[in-house]
Design a protein around this ligand. Structure first.
Ligand code: B12
Length: 238
């Protein structure tokens, strides 16, 4: 069984790795134990799952070729279409293996997200999730402060896109990798949360650590454009 899981992981990584995605395995139980029941994933604790993140290279390696080759549906966000296109191909390549895919933008009928992307990234060891409670001397009083994940190589220049869940694969033996704590000082954590919450549009929270790669000016311009106007930016709408 352990060898089957290694082969499965390699197969998915071989496909997605060349397209600017990374995958990190985890057990559903690790995710569920961090959250109250309302957010639990409805699978047994030992179920195998992967969190899929996009890194800066995704824009050139997956998105631009996708735009050249596919007919876009005008009502859906092009990046979402690109990601679901590739993850559907991954699913097809796994023959009879049962695979459930959940996307970061999917909501349940009760308006809660289908999964909490940051908690998943943290428990899978992909990116440390810095929350208000990771700061000792909290300067924010009554304000609502959202947490943010930082990737050890790409800082904030990445996104958490999806979960891949394998309902038929149980992995009691899976070893847990802790996420790398790369924003270690109190001062830096406060700066990070301030920037993410109050200045996220200036991109600066993403550079809280030194990074290996970041979004190009072109990619920044694309993501800074409101979703409804992105097709126009790509010259795909009259
Ligand atoms: Co937003 N957003 N967002 N967002 N958003 C997401 C969080 C995400 C993950 C999207 C993605 O990558 N695909 C990224 C964050 C990436 C990262 O962390 N590096 C993201 C981003 C980038 C942004 C923006 C910068 C805009 C943008 O560029 N897209 C801004 C920045 C914030 C701001 O406005 N200044 C932004 C804004 C928003 C709004 C519109 C404000 C809302 C509300 C934000 C929020 O609630 N966090 C928003 C949403 C709704 C989401 C979304 C869809 C759901 C988040 C959510 O509802 N969380 C996610 C994608 C997703 O998750 N599917 C993206 C619910 C709350 C309750 O969860 O605060 O984490 P929580 O609380 C849980 C944990 O604390 C956990 O229990 C709590 C639940 O009970 N817990 C844990 C408790 N103890 C412990 C201990 C440990 C160790 C762990 C791991 C967990």
């Amino acid at each position: 069984m352990e060898r089957c899981v290694v082969a499965l992981e390699e197969k998915i990584r071989d496909y997605l790795g060349n397209l600017g995605f990374e995958i990190y395995p985890f057990k559903v139980g690790w995710y569920n134990e961090a959250l109250p029941p309302a957010f639990h994933l409805p699978y047994p604790d030992n179920t195998l799952a992967f969190v899929v993140v996009s890194i800066p290279a995704m824009f050139d390696k997956a998105f631009k070729p996708f735009l050249r080759n596919q007919v876009l549906k005008k009502i859906r966000d092009p990046i979402d279409q690109c990601i679901s296109y590739h993850l559907t191909l991954v699913k097809q390549s796994l023959d009879n293996q049962q695979l459930d895919i959940m996307y970061d933008y999917e909501m349940l009928p009760n308006r809660k997200p289908r999964f909490l992307a940051q908690t998943a990234a943290h428990v899978a060891g992909a990116a440390y999730y810095y929350q208000r409670k990771d700061v000792q001397q909290d300067p924010w009083g009554e304000k609502k402060i959202y947490g943010v994940c930082i990737h050890p190589r790409y800082g904030g220049w990445f996104a958490i896109r999806a979960l891949l869940l394998f309902p038929e694969v149980e992995v009691p033996f899976l070893l847990r990798n802790s996420p790398i704590d790369c924003v270690t000082t109190e001062e830096k954590r406060i700066t990070l949360l301030e920037k993410f919450n109050f200045h996220w549009k200036d991109w600066s929270y993403r550079d809280i650590i030194e990074v290996k790669d970041k979004y190009s000016e072109e990619q920044k311009m694309y993501f800074a454009t409101p979703p409804a106007e992105r097709l126009k930016l790509l010259n795909l709408q009259e």
